[in-house]
Design a protein around this ligand. Structure first.
Ligand SMILES: [Zn+2]
Length: 547
């Protein structure tokens, strides 16, 4: 026997074999029995909730010669024809693929002719929100003065995209997500039917991953059976590996964390699992959009996007660590990719390129990203102003005062009394010690920064600037570490360890390793002049003791 996908094999042939949607099924049965059939139905609901199956059953039931309790009998001439899919009386159109003016014309012409065998000519239009304006107009014209034998069943996942003129002429049914237990029940039947074995946990895991859609659930089960006859939870995880939300979350956090290596590794994993780059780009678009909405609306997205509460909570958590402007920046790149990827010879390269753009932030500068950076700079300036107000000199000390001791510690001993902002004791006696402590601390709080820092070393300290250089082969971490937010995190940790304000610079290997001996107050004065304006600067040799 030829292989048939499980979701086709288990597609219900009549209402009594449907899973879920009980109120809708009851209403439709009643309509079939009483013969009160409206000219247009609108079936709304997320994917895999049974809209198309219901439409097919309904089309058969209203044409059946001897319906049984509102179900098609399955035996009469009409039913046999319909199950053989050779009937001309039921026309299925997928608006997502048949979108041209021609289809609109064909539609307008063909509705004139009565059905060949049954009572009704039924048009099932899937994804009806995708129709072109011309096709909508043709449809509307038919709906305004429908021939008595015409029934339209329009199905859509996005009813809000339909014109009010269409909505007002349809009898609307909203399909809800099928509960996890009901899906698992059908999966159990399908597993037994296929002669496979599965644990309850595995079937529940599949049902959860399908998020209320029977078709997705059966497709996942199909893939699992393809791997082996014994299905347990770990097999389900393996199969879901690259197709589930977890993977998308890993991918988006790699992008947000500017972890280029991880993003490329995930794309490679994707390709090895035979996924389509363009389909994945679309999933990433959806995913980033959901994150962005979670950022803006919080848990309300459960209603807005019709998500389960669990999923909504995952997104709200996922959006916590990423700024809205960053999400928009990435979403823009992926929206553009969705279009571009269709015309390039290597979709994989296009996908990798956009992932790298997200990570390395070489996207055209947009004002939102600039706003982020300005806010960051303002923050740092005000911190600096605060320190200056307290009379602390954050930078270098005259070199004559000796080596191997931190400036603040020196000053404290020289004046007998430590300064308020500088009174903290450094955690180590020398630069290397302070550096080691900083890295250790960052590995705990900012593991990515910490591990970047371990791919190079401290090459010198000039004034209060800690200079770091990447080991050969790790140069890609330099711009990463110099990015404003990373830099400020490193500087905060350094300042904490040193007990006084410090700065950080990641150097290219092309840059000369700095001379550690020479330090000058002039550099620091220049920096301050740049920041605050020369007029605001008064250089004093010694800072007066605190009052
Ligand atoms: Zn029949």
């Amino acid at each position: 026997m030829a292989y048939q996908a499980l979701y086709r094999e288990w597609r219900p042939k009549d209402f009594s074999h449907m899973v879920g949607q009980e109120p809708i099924v009851e209403t439709l049965r009643h309509q079939v029995e009483t013969g009160r059939i409206p000219h247009a139905y609108l079936f709304c609901g997320s994917r895999g909730t049974g809209k198309t199956s219901t439409a097919k059953i309904l089309a058969a039931a209203i044409n059946c010669e001897h319906p049984v309790n509102g179900d098609p009998c399955g035996e009469c001439e009409t039913c046999r024809r319909l199950s053989g899919e050779e009937s001309l009386d039921v026309v299925e159109m997928d608006a997502a693929s048949n979108r041209g003016i021609d289809d609109a014309r064909i539609l307008r012409e063909s509705v004139k002719y009565p059905p060949q065998a049954g009572k009704y000519k039924v048009y099932i239009v899937d994804e009806v929100h995708m129709l072109t304006t011309e096709a909508f107009n043709a449809l509307l014209k038919t709906l305004e003065e429908p021939p008595s034998f015409i029934v339209f069943i329009l199905a859509t996942t996005e009813p809000h995209k339909l014109p009010a003129t269409i909505l007002s002429r349809c009898q609307r049914f909203d399909f809800s997500r099928i509960p996890v237990r009901q899906i698992a029940g059908r999966l159990r039947e399908a597993t037994d039917g296929a002669g496979a074995e599965a644990t309850d946990g595995a079937l529940m895991a599949i049902a959860r991953a399908a998020e209320g859609g029977m078709r997705d659930a059966l497709s996942i089960l199909d893939m699992c059976i393809g791997y082996g006859r014994k299905i347990d939870e770990s097999l389900v995880q393996t199969v879901l590996g690259t197709s589930d939300r977890g993977f998308l979350f890993r991918f988006s956090s790699a992008l947000a964390g500017e972890n280029a290596a991880e993003a490329l590794r995930l794309i490679d994993e994707l390709m090895r699992n035979g996924r389509e780059p363009s389909a994945f780009a679309r999933s990433v678009c959806d995913h980033l959009r959901t994150l962005l909405m979670a950022k803006c609306c919080g848990a309300d997205i459960a209603d807005v996007l019709d998500l389960t509460d669990e999923t909504a909570a995952d997104y709200v958590r996922g959006a916590e660590g990423i700024s809205a402007s960053r999400l928009m920046e990435m979403l823009d790149l992926f929206i553009a990719l969705e279009t571009d990827i269709k015309s390039v010879s290597s979709p994989r390269i296009a996908l990798e390129n956009v992932a790298l753009k997200c990570c390395l932030r070489t996207a055209p500068v947009d004002t939102l990203a600039l706003n982020d950076r300005i806010a960051e700079l303002e923050n740092r300036i005000s911190q600096l102003q605060e320190l200056l107000k307290k009379g602390v000199r954050p930078a270098s000390e005259p070199k004559a005062e000796g080596e191997g001791e931190k400036p603040s510690a020196k000053k404290a001993s020289a004046e007998g009394q430590p300064k308020p902002a500088a009174k903290k004791k450094p955690v180590a006696a020398d630069d290397q010690g302070i550096w080691a402590e900083t890295v250790k601390q960052l590995l705990r709080t900012e593991p990515m920064i910490g591990s970047f820092l371990r791919s190079g070393q401290l090459v010198g300290v000039k004034g209060a600037e800690y200079r770091w250089q990447a080991n050969p082969g790790f140069e890609m971490t330099v711009p990463q570490l110099n990015s404003p937010d990373r830099k400020s995190k490193i500087e905060a940790a350094l300042s904490e360890a040193a007990g006084s304000p410090c700065t950080f610079a990641a150097l290219d290997r092309n840059t000369q390793a700095p001379d550690t001996g020479e330090e000058s107050d002039d550099d620091y004065t220049e920096e301050l002049a740049d920041t605050f304006g020369r007029a605001a600067l008064q250089v004093v040799e010694d800072i007066p003791p605190q009052g």
